[in-house]
Design a protein around this ligand. Structure first.
Ligand SMILES: [Cu+2]
Length: 138
């Protein structure tokens, strides 16, 4: 009897968790590029889960200078997902949609839960920047 009620509670929790991702917090992650020159903001659309997951990406000079000098021309973004604990990437390429200037949308296929890193390569008129974005997938 006790076991039954525990199962029921677990089932309810699972149903709630699967029902609506938007009710959970999905904090934007801010990452400074390896050169220190730029700041990337990566905002998941709902808490990251196994399957396809969308993020908004925004880039700005890390110094806070307002000229946006790092973003001249049309910046190009490339993303490589990686799961360090298991030494594998994603089964599908990341879909990247440029939204103009420093804004992008990306869709990442997480094949399993756990800790992932998204290595983001941004090429601008001023050179290449690399960001390593930590993502906990449930
Ligand atoms: Cu894995």
């Amino acid at each position: 009897m006790r076991r039954m009620s525990t199962m029921a509670v677990m089932g309810l929790g699972l149903a709630l968790a699967m029902g609506c991702g938007s009710s959970e917090t999905a904090e934007p992650v801010e990452v400074v590029s390896e050169s220190g020159a730029m700041l990337g903001t990566f905002e998941p659309e709902g808490a990251p889960r196994v399957g396809m997951h969308r993020f908004a990406a925004h880039f700005a000079p890390a110094s806070g200078e307002h000229d946006g000098g790092g973003m001249h021309g049309a910046p190009v973004m490339r993303v490589e997902p990686w799961m360090p604990a298991h030494g594998h990437g994603s089964p599908s390429p990341v879909t990247i949609t440029p939204l103009g200037g420093p804004d992008f949308e990306m869709e990442v296929h997480f094949s399993m839960s756990g800790y992932w890193e998204l290595t983001v390569y941004l090429t601008t008129g001023h050179g290449d920047e690399v960001f390593v974005v930590p993502v906990e997938v449930r």
